[in-house]
Design a protein around this ligand. Structure first.
Ligand code: 3PY
Ligand code: MG
Length: 250
């Protein structure tokens, strides 16, 4: 067994725009439907959806079977949480609410095996290493891990240059809902003044040498790509089902 190449990381580092779907329903079936739909990646959300590593592990297997690159969003960037999602086979990991370069450094270190970091070595217990079938996984894993850090608060915006400049961070991703709430736009998330700040943030992330990303409604996708975004989240399974149910209801 070989260590999986992280195709999403490769694409992000090459600057190819990646459009992905957030999976929040915890459904293997919906994951498979999304996996066949043609998205560049699917992200399994463990922040605003239940953090259930056993369910996430099934969804990662489903996405692998579909041949669709996956990502996992953790509820918090603590070592034990990062270790669990890495061990179930997540390679691209989104961490919410990052507000300093020190926090970014700590996340990178938690995602890497020694001597580059301090990720614990799980051996035959881990799906990531084929439950022991891939003995060279620890030697190859660090190069395939891709942390994506979310900036989504005024404090995060203030520190965005140092966060985006942190060694080992592949993408800084803006969360418009949380950022908007913190900046006074909680009930006006489409306000142009908020998106002007997000546009500015895209430029600052890129200027620090990092890829930029954002969760973005359809009518703002082109503008965000022009502003420098490489990673776009274009919707969630729950929102799509909700909309389709409402449309179908009498
Ligand atoms: C937000 O908008 O706050 C998000 O985290 C979406 O990615
Ligand atoms: Mg958020």
């Amino acid at each position: 067994m070989k260590t999986k190449i992280n195709r999403l990381k490769e694409a992000i580092l090459a600057g190819r725009v990646q459009k992905g779907m957030f999976l929040t329903l915890g459904s293997d079936t919906v994951t498979e439907i999304a996996g066949h739909a043609g998205f560049d990646f699917c992200l399994i959300d463990g922040e605003h959806a239940p953090y259930d590593p056993v369910q996430m592990r099934r969804q990662l297997s489903v996405l692998d079977a579909c041949g669709t690159p996956s990502a996992v969003r953790v509820p918090v960037g603590e070592d034990w949480v990062l270790k669990q999602v890495l061990d179930i086979g997540a390679q691209t990991i989104m961490v919410p609410m990052v507000e300093s370069g020190a926090q970014a450094d700590a996340i990178v270190a938690a995602c890497r095996y020694p001597p580059d970091g301090h990720r614990g070595v799980g051996g035959a217990t881990m799906r990531a290493g084929g439950y022991g079938a891939n003995p060279i996984y620890p030697a190859e894993a660090n190069a395939q891990i891709s942390p994506i850090l979310q900036v989504e608060s005024a404090a995060g915006l203030a520190a965005i240059d140092e966060i985006a400049g942190t060694d080992g961070i592949d993408c800084v991703f803006i969360g418009p809902a949380d950022l908007g709430a913190d900046l006074g736009f909680r009930d006006a998330l489409d306000d142009q003044a908020l998106w002007d700040q997000i546009t500015d943030a895209m430029g600052r992330i890129r200027a620090a040498g990092c890829a930029a990303g954002v969760f973005v409604p359809p009518h703002r996708q082109e503008a965000m790509i022009e502003a420098g975004a490489t990673v776009l989240s274009v919707g969630s399974d729950a929102a799509i089902v909700t909309r389709a149910m409402a449309d179908a209801a009498p």
